[in-house]
Design a protein around this ligand. Sequence first.
Ligand code: GLU
Length: 287
Amino acid sequence: MESQERLNLKDKKRIVIKIGSSSLTHAGTGELNLMKIEKLIRILSDLRGQGKDVVLVSSGAIAAGRQALGHHKRPDSLAEKQAFAAVGQARLMMVYQKLCAEYNQTAAQVLLTKDTMVNDASRYNAQNTFEELLNLGAIPIVNENDTVSTSEIPYVDSFGDNDRLSAIVAALIGADLLILLSDIDGLYTDDPRQNPGAEFISLVPEITKELLSMGKGTSGSDVGTGGMSAKLAAARIATDSGADMVIANGDHVEAVLDIIAGAKMGTLFLAHPNLDFDLMHYLNNEY
Ligand code: GLU
């Protein structure tokens, strides 16, 4: 049965791809992994060429900023994080713009905050902007506006992590597929870095309570924020909104094309559209 569900991914038309900081940077030095970013943009351009709408949710602003400013530790204070993001977001976009131009694509920067998403008028405006950008054939590149919204209290007045942000974007624009490129192969019954007996789960038809309890709150890397519990929260939002979601290892960004071609890669969470879906409930964590 799973192979049919995998093959259905070929027909997805509107795809959100999220890449985390640890997948965008070299583990040893923290510098941007330009070869990987180049490959990713080539793949997104090819998906555009196949007639699909593509949105990239990219982390890495804080990581790129801290590197540019010569800080090799995680930022200590909120102001430091915000300053790193201001520098790093511009650097990241410079790289994305340049690479998109090489493949004859137009990159568009969209920075969101939780405040603007919970406000009906600005959420509606953001939705219209995405729609227009996709109509115009651009590739929206999304991040949280960390310079103003990185919060001491994640999830209350910020999105908290880009896993949830990417699911919120997928729901907002009516995407039919969300791919999270992470530093782990997918969902396991336990943390495989600590428990070698942990089993891999390839298909999740429904997100149950038992499954949610398997999520671990920590991220394995020194950059980025989303652990497995953030990914499961994202899966809940995406699948309730009507999108399938795949968590896959971002070591090889070619995985995106393989997944869309129907390969059994990563963990596939099946959409089960909730007819009462209301994004506001998810923004306010009322689910
Ligand atoms: N928005 C943060 C950044 O660009 C990353 C958040 C996350 O990794 O979830 O650095």
